[in-house]
Write a protein that binds this ligand. Structure first.
Ligand code: MLT
Length: 334
């Protein structure tokens, strides 16, 4: 009898311990701006996989693709007030909430995947994580690397800035990008990402820019036929967590979240290298006509850097911050 009592007591304890663990188990909601098959999706899948591994299956992450949880900029607000757990979105849609992040979206600042990795995973990135936390109440815990944003349009080949004169181009609601197109001589149309496919389809706008992998995942080839290989903006897409949600987690779970974010970041860089050329080729096979900018892109570069950079010295934190970034990339200071 004594044995039976001890057994039933231990059973009770085991059941309540399991119940306590289950009670804490959580499926985090992750907003994803892009469709399946893009770099954001790939980052999110890896994050979920590693999070499950690191928490022994206690926590997982459910991805809501295609802007189902709102426009990318709205998801920053939602995460900031704690009504959304995580979001994966393009860095240009974070800048309005934390202007210093704009240093990553200055035209022609990031010139390669290596530059993107150096900036996001080193001291510059750490400072930007802290600034975003302070300004927007969200913590960047991972980065997707998506490649250069190429320009697509449905009108005609574009190789010089003058060719843009009759093309209505959608841009994110990002002041630096709006000013970049102004430097190239046109007034672009700022619009939320979640509205872009329909606007292209209905001819409200003629063109937009995004990386090859995003163009492919979003099926833009169905509504766009010309591509210009611009290299003005290397797209980086952070995974952010609501700081309010992060602070509710135990130290072990916080660690698991951070490690899953880091593992997903490393995976993203490899995945871009493996996929980008193949996807570009597929888009060409689907009929997209791909052109390089004229004269090694020099006119695009000169206009954008001379007119846009000086306007943003202050908002990114001053010329010293900019020079520190240039130094980190091994470039001449200005
Ligand atoms: C945008 O163009 O608004 C974003 O860069 C799109 C994206 O998140 O892929």
């Amino acid at each position: 009898n004594k044995v039976a009592k001890v057994l039933s007591l231990s059973l009770c304890l085991a059941v309540s311990a399991a119940a306590a663990t289950m009670a804490q188990a959580k499926t985090f909601k992750v907003a994803v701006g892009d469709a399946a098959g893009g770099t954001q999706h790939e980052l999110g899948k890896k994050f979920n996989e590693v999070l499950q591994e690191k928490t022994g299956g206690k926590h997982d992450a459910k991805l809501f693709l295609n802007g189902q949880l709102g426009s990318e900029q709205d998801t920053v607000n939602d995460a900031s007030i704690g009504t959304l757990d995580f979001s994966i979105l393009a860095i240009n849609n974070v800048t309005p909430f934390s202007p210093s992040v704009g240093v990553l979206t200055l035209p022609y600042m990031i010139q390669s995947l290596d530059d993107a990795i150096t900036l996001t995973q080193g001291e510059v990135g750490q400072q930007l994580v802290e600034n975003t936390l302070r300004d927007a109440g969200v913590r960047i815990i991972g980065w997707a690397y998506s490649g250069f944003r190429v320009l697509t349009n449905s009108k005609h080949a574009v190789t010089t800035p003058e060719d843009l004169s009759d093309v209505v181009v959608r841009v994110p609601k990002n002041a630096i990008m709006i000013d970049t197109y102004k430097a190239w001589g046109i007034n672009p149309t700022p619009m939320a990402w979640s509205e872009t496919f329909t606007a292209l389809q209905q001819g409200v706008v003629d063109g937009q820019d995004n990386p090859y992998i995003t163009v492919y995942a979003m099926k833009f080839d169905e509504v766009q036929n010309h591509v210009t290989n611009l290299r003005y903006l290397f797209s980086i897409e952070p995974l952010i967590v609501s700081e309010a949600v992060f602070q509710e987690q135990s130290p072990e779970d916080q660690q698991a979240i951070l490690e899953a974010g880091q593992a997903a970041t490393e995976h993203s860089a490899k995945w871009l290298v493996e996929q980008e050329a193949r996807i570009k080729q597929e888009l060409a096979e689907k009929g997209m006509q791909i052109a390089d900018p004229a004269n090694g892109e020099q006119e695009w570069i000169d206009l954008a850097t001379s007119k846009v950079w000086p306007k943003y010295f202050d908002s990114i934190g001053g010329k010293d911050v900019l020079n520190n970034v240039l130094k980190t990339l091994g470039r001449d200071e200005i």
